[in-house]
Write a protein that binds this ligand. Structure first.
Ligand code: HEM
Length: 457
């Protein structure tokens, strides 16, 4: 009788993936502190699709490359859980229906409920207000001032997110929203700050203020429903009208968590991406010049509309290339909940995995000369741009960013408005940005640009 042969000899499956050498105690923590993506791309070239690193006293198995991305897209939901990443945050919000944390049918239920509120179409009615928010900020800056780009943009981005998802600009609540969310991310998700940070009076005060803001949002939407006011329904209206995956009504804590969710999802990711976008454009004056021509033509006719995005192909290409080169969420940390085999190794239950889904952004077989910032990759009909399972700044599979379309609109409008209303310059033409890591890759507070004054008022 014929027996089927296992694809790999069993003794190979029992071995652990190779460990990347690191420092005693610190392991690879320092490697991951600045430009971790470059570090993982280099390790991928040396070790292949599966290897281990040690970071912040934890062991992570890295999965990278096209096969890893396909695996995340197809199998991720069955075998991985996000609990170790987002469980602490859900506990702090006292909710068990956080979208990022759910899988299977409950996840599909919540994703469907929130789809419209996070869609690209949710951003489109607010283009003028988003431009106005930038315009007001630009009018406040002093010519010659060195602007800390990431922090400055975060304030703008939070105001815009408020308008798009909740109908309100958080304004005076900004400092509390930032402090609360940043502390939560660093303590519960990235786990680089101690838990005691969640007990400080400053944190409690910020939490109280954020919940007060969330409560006001819910009250307003309950008292002014779209049916009686003619308002377009937004995310808050949709969740107020919805039910939990078990058909029960949402608790007030569930609703509060969902009301402030957009700030969580978009604050750092969008602000970081636009910061790198400012850098890439000003680092490449030839591209900036083409973008300026597009932006001037669009703004010359008054306001910006959804159709205008097609009139700004270079701006769009530069945004896609910036997301390729500087993905704000380059990795997907997960815990194994169902054992599986990948790359010739067995992944047992409980293994901490990091799928480095953007390593593919730097593989020359997909993007030739990958460390060149090149917008022409994304221009023209034959452009090989967003290659499926290769281009993954918004991750892959069941948990793919639900706000990707909205985020892209926000990036394009904000960038266009910044360039139209203001003038900016890098500290020097040879300035090179450094990618900092915590809580997400960002250009750090030292990345400053000189504000040259208003171009238009
Ligand atoms: C450039 C900006 C952004 C990037 C790079 C980004 C990236 C991502 C990534 C990688 C995930 C998957 C997380 C995981 O699987 O653990 C995700 C999830 C998500 N993002 Fe974004 N995001 C961005 C902006 C936004 C914005 C502006 C919103 C909405 C306001 C948003 C809403 C969401 C939601 C709701 C999820 C959860 C999806 C789910 O679990 O099913 N994102 N995002």
């Amino acid at each position: 009788m014929e027996t089927s042969k296992p694809e790999k000899p069993l003794y190979l499956l029992r071995q652990r993936p190779p460990a990347v050498p690191g420092l005693p105690v610190l392991g690879n923590s320092l490697n991951m502190l600045y430009d971790p993506l470059k570090f993982l791309v280099d390790q991928y070239h040396q070790y292949g699709s599966t290897f281990r690193i040690q970071m912040a006293f934890r062991d992570y198995t890295i999965m990278a490359g096209l096969e890893a991305n396909k695996f995340l897209a197809q199998e991720g939901e069955q075998v991985f859980s996000s609990k170790s990443l987002f469980g602490g945050m859900a506990d702090a919000f006292n909710t068990d229906v956080m979208l990022v944390l759910l899988d299977g049918a409950p996840h599909r239920h919540m994703r469907k409920l929130m789809r419209r509120g996070f869609a690209r179409s949710a951003a489109l009615p607010h283009l003028d207000t988003m431009v106005q928010i930038v315009r007001e900020a630009v009018a406040e800056w002093q010519p010659g001032e060195m602007l800390p780009i990431f922090n400055t943009l975060r304030r703008i981005v939070v105001d815009q997110l408020g308008v798009m998802s909740t109908g309100f600009r958080p304004g005076e609540y900004y400092d509390d929203i930032f402090f609360y969310l940043n502390t939560m991310l660093n303590v519960t998700a990235v786990k680089v700050w101690p838990g005691v940070m969640l007990k400080t009076p400053r944190f409690r005060r910020a939490k109280g203020r954020v919940m007060e803001f969330g409560g006001k949002l819910l009250d307003y939407h309950r008292q002014n429903p779209p049916e009686s006011t003619g308002r377009e329904p937004n995310l808050i209206d949709d969740v107020i009208a919805g039910v939990r995956p078990d058909d029960q009504p949402f608790t007030e804590d569930d609703l509060l968590a969902m009301a402030v969710g957009p700030f969580f999802a978009g604050m750092d990711t969008v602000a970081s991406t636009i910061s790198f976008f400012m850098y890439t454009l000003h680092k490449h004056p030839d591209v900036l010049e083409q973008v300026m021509a597009e932006v001037n033509a669009v703004f010359a006719k008054g306001s910006i509309t959804a159709q205008d995005f097609q009139q700004m192909p270079v701006l769009h290409a530069a945004a896609i290339e910036t997301l390729r080169y500087y993905p704000a969420t380059p990795f997907t940390p997960r815990q194994v909940v169902e054992s599986f085999e990948f790359g010739g190794y067995e992944f047992s239950i409980g293994t901490e995995v990091m799928i480095a889904q953007t390593v593919t952004h730097f593989l020359p077989e997909y993007y030739p000369d990958p460390y060149k910032f090149d917008v022409t990759r994304h221009l023209g009909e034959t452009a090989k741009s967003r290659i499926p399972n290769v281009y993954a700044p918004f991750s892959l599979g069941a948990h793919t960013c639900l706000g990707a379309g909205l985020a892209e609109v926000q990036m394009l409008v904000t960038m266009a408005a910044l360039l139209y209303y203001g003038q900016f310059a890098l500290e020097s033409p040879d300035y090179k940005v450094r990618v900092h890591t915590m809580p997400l890759p960002n250009p750090g507070s030292k990345f400053k640009m000189r504000f040259g004054g208003q171009r238009h008022s």
